[in-house]
Write a protein that binds this ligand. Structure first.
Ligand code: ATP
Ligand code: MG
Length: 369
């Protein structure tokens, strides 16, 4: 899977520009605030149909424009394909693959990317939300129906939260509470099975990478943590449903009193251990970074085994955050697929990778090879 050519119009700080990429490593360099991450964001949008930086389409459109367009020629599943995203604030994004209208969910059938940015280096030590986000975006790429269930869950969650907050003013709102709780239990049961299955694959795929990466045979393991009454997240949807329902019933009163949703998958987490010890509590900064990198590289391997092709790897500003040994490890591992790397200075990365070099200056792109 690769992106051959990208054309952006009125996107972020770009007016109009077109960039050709090689199938291997592409190093995008330039000073701060020139438009490097904006390019990474454009490629991410082609696979996810949304940005990793904002929920608001308006922010994606160049200040001087009323709309923007991202167009890419890609090679995927041994076919040349064209993906177009048109963004106009106030109306839904228009997404086209080979001229045919698609939903954001369907994009992952054409293009997959794995993004690694400096925030991901904190994956281990941060709160559970970042780990849930990793799970959600990774599963969504290989199981588009997961996104639909998750959206439905989030819709029910928002609605239920509003009921729990507003019922004091309008007690009749509580009449519909159970309906939303039940819907959330149904969605949770489905999401738990997806998350448990993916976590187990992620753990299996990250362990050998981390072992090699750490150089000292450290054992990385990842375990899925969900609602406490769920005895086995791999069991049938029906069984899980009843277990969550049970938890829900027991907490119904507490939910009404506290005004918060206390049951459901919105509190899920990943328990990450190194040699059996909680990485969140005990890992050193270096160990935590190594584990985060191993997990991201594992995400790439899982996509390869699912689709038969490596996804495009987007490394935004992370290499300079890593020491030489870790940089070398990453650069040695990313062969076989296309990678876009951004960095502030060329930093010798292009000569070490032998990759295509692209310079970005003030929203203009210049090929250097
Ligand atoms: P750094 O090395 O600091 O990460 P970068 O090259 O990755 O820099 P980008 O995040 O790509 O920088 O942003 C480049 C510029 O784009 C910034 O100056 C930002 O203010 C500008 N920018 C962001 N959104 C818009 C927009 N909608 N219209 C015009 N300019 C924008
Ligand atoms: Mg940047």
């Amino acid at each position: 899977m690769r992106i051959n050519r990208l054309a952006v119009t009125g996107f972020r700080n770009y007016e109009w520009d077109t960039i050709s990429f090689s199938g291997g490593t592409n190093v995008i360099y330039g000073s701060n605030a020139q438009g490097k991450t904006n390019l990474i964001e454009a490629v991410y949008l082609l696979a996810y149909g949304k940005s990793f930086r904002t929920r608001f389409d308006k922010e994606l459109v160049n200040f001087g424009y009323s709309s923007s367009e991202i167009l890419a020629d890609v090679t995927s599943h041994e076919r040349e394909q064209t993906v177009t995203i048109q963004i106009k604030p106030g109306v839904p994004k228009r997404i086209l693959v080979n001229g045919v209208k698609k939903t954001a969910n369907e994009l992952s059938r054409t293009l997959n990317v794995v993004l690694f940015c400096p925030d991901d280096l904190n994956l281990i030590k941060e709160g559970a939300a970042v780990r849930r986000k990793l799970l959600d975006s990774a599963i969504g790429q290989i199981r588009p129906q997961y996104n639909e269930i998750l959206s439905e869950y989030n819709r029910l969650f928002d609605h239920k939260t509003r009921i729990l907050k507003d019922w004091h003013e309008k007690p009749s709102l509580l009449d519909t509470l159970d309906e939303f709780s039940e819907g959330m239990c149904r969605c949770s049961a489905k999401l738990i099975r997806y998350r448990a299955a993916y976590t187990s694959r992620l753990s299996e795929a990250s362990a050998p990478i981390h072992r090699e990466f750490s150089g000292s045979g450290e054992e990385l393991a990842i375990r899925y943590q969900t609602v406490s009454t769920v005895t086995n997240p791999f069991s049938s949807e029906k069984e899980i449903y009843y277990e969550i329902y049970d938890h829900q019933e027991k907490h119904r009163r507490a939910e009404i009193e506290s005004g918060q949703c206390l049951t459901g998958v919105h509190k899920d987490d990943l328990e990450i251990t190194i040699n059996g010890n909680s990485a969140r509590n005990y890992a050193s900064q270096g160990q935590a970074r190594t584990a985060a990198l191993s997990m991201k590289l594992a995400e790439r391997e899982i996509l390869l085994s699912e689709t038969g092709e490596y996804p495009i790897l987007l490394l935004d500003d992370v290499l300079s955050e890593l020491d030489m040994k870790r940089q070398e490890f990453v650069l040695n591992r990313i062969g076989g697929g296309q990678t876009l790397i951004t960095c502030c200075e060329d930093e010798g990365i292009s000569s070490r990778t032998g990759g295509n070099v692209i310079n970005v200056e003030n929203g203009r792109v210049r090929a250097c090879t």
